[in-house]
Write a protein that binds this ligand. Structure first.
Ligand code: SF4
Length: 240
């Protein structure tokens, strides 16, 4: 942080103290803030971040964002669906958004699609408890409609923060919406399946959403092939 910026902030605090008196700024608070500012890392951005952006663990992040009303879905949800699983997972599964069961329980991938996801994970030797499961958006769109691009854009920073805290080795994206949202691609699911993408340092693969598999059981073979490749990728990453 530049000295000029530090001086400006300190002067602003002193000016406010003069205006508002000790009710607002006791000397001890001002002194500690002054020390904090002087000792602050050279990251001027952190001064302008929202509280949740500074969360150091998933529990704190959840508490800081669970009452979010940044998009219209906040008004219609029953429960905010943060995510669940191992906070130190090597593997994350990312879906589109909560459905009716998830909205009622406040947990991701419950109900029939959730059971199928558990079975898919089991088939490639992952237990549900060892992975972390989350969605691109945290609140249910009414009638299970596809989230709007603006809703995904607004909610995506929360998912990015979850990924930053969990630091998985690999992500399995479930369905077109999740894949397009996370990877910022306009590709079809067919084009994205079987390929390996980068999300920062994290490798990403894409397969069908379990709810789509329930509607189209003939896609299960393709999903099986995808998750075999995902397991192989994970084993390679783990053995590096
Ligand atoms: S969907 Fe995301 S951005 Fe919209 S209200 Fe819910 S948590 Fe906030």
């Amino acid at each position: 942080m530049s000295q000029a910026l530090k001086d400006k902030i300190i002067q602003s605090l002193i000016d406010q103290k003069e205006i508002f008196g000790d009710d607002l700024f006791e000397e001890s608070i001002l002194n500690s803030r002054r020390t904090e500012i002087i000792a602050a890392p050279a990251d001027e951005d952190s001064l302008f971040k929202e509280n949740w952006e500074l969360a150091e663990n998933l529990g704190d992040l959840n508490k800081l964002i669970c009452e979010c009303q940044k998009c219209a879905l906040g008004e219609t949800r029953n429960k905010f669906v943060f995510g669940s699983g191992n906070p130190e997972a090597d593997v994350m599964c990312i879906g589109e958004g909560p459905g009716a069961d998830e909205d009622a329980q406040g947990l991701p991938f419950v109900g029939r699609a959730g059971k199928l996801l558990t079975d898919i994970l089991k088939a490639i030797n992952f237990s549900r408890e060892e992975v972390y499961i989350a969605n691109v958006i945290k609140c249910r769109p009414p009638g299970n409609r596809t989230p709007l691009p603006s809703e995904m854009e607004t909610c995506m920073p929360y998912l990015k923060k979850q990924i930053e805290l969990i630091k998985p080795k690999a992500i399995l994206c479930l369905g077109l919406t999740a894949a397009q949202g996370l990877l910022k691609r306009k590709d079809s699911l067919t084009n994205m399946r079987g390929k390996i993408f980068d999300f920062g340092d994290v490798k990403v693969m894409v397969t069908y959403h379990p709810a789509a598999l329930l509607r189209n059981p003939n896609w299960k073979r393709g999903c099986w092939e995808d998750v075999q490749k995902f397991r192989k990728l994970y084993d390679e990453l783990r053995n590096k």
